[in-house]
Design a protein around this ligand. Structure first.
Ligand code: ADP
Ligand code: MG
Length: 674
């Protein structure tokens, strides 16, 4: 049903909702709150903490004043609590406050507390009488994810209306719900939006997380079943050139790489089609293994394709492969296909791919577009596979006649979970870093360390090295605090010597511009690259030795570990500087985990321990599997139950009615991807 059917939603508002991914009234039901606001007991001024929403009870001690700053009207109120300690409250562009609040009023003020020049200020507090506040205490108010133009109230109103008109279908069979103690669909969807208390929320959440995993596993199993019976139509034997190529790499493959390569070789020459996951920490050298497989397909006179999540990465893989082909005088034609190419360039590529002249094809999502017809596709590699959905993986395979597939991932998840999450795949693990890598030197510091960091970067650049600096946001915004890429780059250029070229990169730039900047960085025309996390995935510039992350507290540890993986890729000692922008101790403690270890798996499990399993709203463990609610590490038990439930169904060990069965397989895989 269209959103416009709802009261208060016209065309303009509909567009705003669409930007948040809500296209229909049904979508509203699964637009889950990010967290819930609870009204806690008011505290004394001396117990307030900065950067949190809190309530204080106090008396307004002076007449309310209004001041003007540029075109802003600012209302100030001075409040004193029962111990005589004071705090200032401030409202912007709300001059009417002066008429509603007066000296002598005793009220509860609830708002975001921040520190300003050594004292606390409470921003735009809402005011309540004691009785009003008492009523609110303990209630959980949903706080929704927002985009610009969308307010929490707009979402709340829309969701409430949606509940009047549409309902959620039950897609977990009764026998399964009973067996695993799961709530029904209708109650859980209601209670995830409007839980009366923490217990309600937990019960609802458990069911919905189960459902996400359950649907995902059902889809995977269906895929596996399909793949298992497939006969190998592309027998790829080791070409005679391969030994020489391996000898000529300029480095020796690690044992783990060799073992993985043997497993792949065995698969692609056997009588069943290959479906294999290559799991290995950042920097473990997954690319070269994939490249060997692609070359093998090409030298067998068939085609191999590799899909990467970003153009930058696709182009980089393309350059690497071209190098190897050139160095070994191979008569092969590699082709790149990415979105930012001109129509003419694309047509040229399509033609080479279709005629079979192209032996190796590297690209982004562009590889799975309708217009691309492969001549003889024998192998499909998906790099950083978590960035793609299971469906996309499938689509590219369908472009060929049952090609071999290989997916690569750096997700550090335990093997028991990997077997569930990649249920349709065999797994190879590269658990060894190339020899001679110096461990990365880490430090976790406050913002006051910046001058030292800049000096250090300057010295590294003088020695010929390069640096990344990561900021959480693209440009300045009042809504989000934290460093932003554009201004930071400007400020930094002024601090560093003019001979050092500082530039920036972010996800909102046009793909062509991103490629240019990334190439310029790879060629050392840019020495310091200030960027958002777009560099997080896979990029390889071995000459970069410094990774500095501003507002590191904003990122998940797994993500920071990925960022760190951008350095330490060459022979030079590399350094990672994590800046804790809040100065808060718990943030530092979390970041210290990175300091102690360079092992992705250890980091993920320590992060989990520190936060405890009850922390649903913190930073996600494994951004890799973007379920709406569930997190495979935090909710590992639910995940295992969901897998068990699917087993029960497949083995006919539970009763399922015809109707339930139809409902089971009706739902598309709901996994969302970035
Ligand atoms: P990831 O597993 O994160 O995708 P890459 O494949 O990008 O890692 O490899 C990281 C770097 O290590 C690249 O510069 C690559 O050339 C290099 N490399 C890969 N294997 C080896 C090896 N056995 N010895 C030395 N360097 C290697
Ligand atoms: Mg990689």
């Amino acid at each position: 049903m269209q959103l416009k059917e709802l009261n208060g939603i016209g065309e303009k508002t509909e567009k705003i909702f669409q930007r948040a991914g809500v296209n229909t009234v049904e979508d509203l039901l699964s637009y889950y709150p990010r967290y819930y606001d609870t009204f806690e007991e008011p505290v004394l001024v001396q117990n307030l903490e900065a950067d949190r929403t809190q309530a204080v009870k106090g008396t307004i001690v002076r007449e309310i004043s209004v001041r003007r700053v540029r075109n802003l009207q600012i209302v100030d109120a001075y409040i004193r609590d029962e111990e005589g300690n004071g705090i200032k409250a401030t409202w912007f562009n709300a001059p009417y406050i002066k008429n509603t609040l007066h000296q002598g009023d005793v009220l509860i003020f609830r708002g975001f507390v921040h520190e300003n020049k050594g004292s606390y200020v409470i921003d735009q507090p809402k005011t309540f009488s004691f009785v009003q506040y008492q009523k609110k205490m303990g209630e959980m108010q949903p706080v929704y994810p927002l985009v610009s133009g969308l307010t929490n109230n707009m979402v709340l109103k829309a969701v409430k209306q949606a509940f009047q008109i549409v309902s959620k279908n039950e897609n977990i069979p009764l026998a399964i719900r009973e067996r695993f103690g799961l709530q029904n669909a209708e109650d859980s969807i209601h209670n995830i939006h409007f839980p009366k208390n923490q217990k309600d929320f937990m019960i609802a959440r458990k069911r919905l997380v189960f459902e996400e995993f359950f649907q995902f596993i059902l889809t995977l199993r269906a895929l596996k079943e399909k793949n298992e019976i497939i006969h190998n139509k592309h027998i790829l034997n080791e070409p005679k050139e391969l030994e020489h190529i391996i000898d000529n790499l300029g480095f020796q493959l690690t044992n783990a790489q060799m073992k993985t390569w043997q497993e792949i070789k065995h698969d692609i020459s056997s009588d069943k089609v290959m479906n294999r996951l290559i799991q290995g920490d950042v920097g473990s050298g997954k690319t070269i293994v994939a490249v060997l497989a692609l070359l093998t397909a090409a030298l067998n006179k068939e085609q191999g394709a590799m899909m990467a999540p970003t153009e930058v990465l696709a182009r980089q893989h393309f350059e690497d492969i071209k190098d190897i082909i050139r160095k070994n005088n191979l008569e092969l034609t590699p082709v790149v296909l990415v979105g930012s190419m001109t129509a003419k360039e694309k047509r040229g590529a399509y033609q080479l791919i279709e005629s079979g002249e192209a032996d190796i094809i590297i690209g982004t999502h562009a590889l799975i577009q309708d217009k691309v017809n492969y001549h003889k596709l024998a192998l499909v590699v998906t790099d950083e596979q978590h960035r793609f959905g299971v469906k996309q993986r499938e689509t590219i395979s369908e472009k060929g006649d049952s090609p071999h597939t290989m997916v690569m991932s750096a997700t550090p998840i335990p093997r028991t979970l990997a077997i569930i999450m990649y249920g349709d795949l065999d797994i190879s693990i590269i658990d060894e870093l190339p020899a001679g890598r110096k461990p990365i030197a880490n430090c976790v510091v406050g913002t006051d360390y910046r001058p030292n960091a800049y000096n250090f970067i300057e010295k590294q650049v003088q020695e010929g090295r390069q640096a990344y600096i990561i900021c959480p946001t693209v440009e300045y915004s009042e809504a989000v605090e934290g460093e932003n890429v554009i201004e930071y780059a400007k400020k930094l250029q002024a601090v560093l010597s003019p001979s050092i070229h500082v530039d920036f990169l972010h996800g909102r730039m046009k793909a062509a511009e991103k490629n240019e900047k990334m190439e310029a960085f790879a060629e050392n025309k840019i020495q310091v690259l200030v960027s958002t996390t777009v560099v997080e995935v896979g990029v390889n510039v071995p000459n970069a030795t410094v990774m500095m992350v501003e507002n590191a507290e904003r990122f998940g540890l797994a993500q920071l570990h990925q960022l760190r993986g951008r350095v330490g890729r060459g022979g030079n000692q590399s350094y990672c500087i994590f800046i804790n922008g809040t100065g808060k101790k718990d943030a530092s403690e979390r970041l210290e985990i990175l300091n102690r270890s360079n092992d992705g798996f250890f980091i993920a499990s320590e992060d989990l321990k520190l936060r405890g399993p009850g922390d649903f709203f913190g930073v996600r463990q494994s951004g890799d599997f973007e379920f709406r609610l569930g997190d495979i590490m935090n909710d590992a038990d639910v995940l295992k139950n969901a897998a068990h439930a699917v087993d029960l169904i497949e083995n006919n060990e539970v009763y399922i009615s015809e109707e339930e069965r139809r409902e089971l397989y009706k739902n598309e895989n709901k996994m969302i991807n970035i």
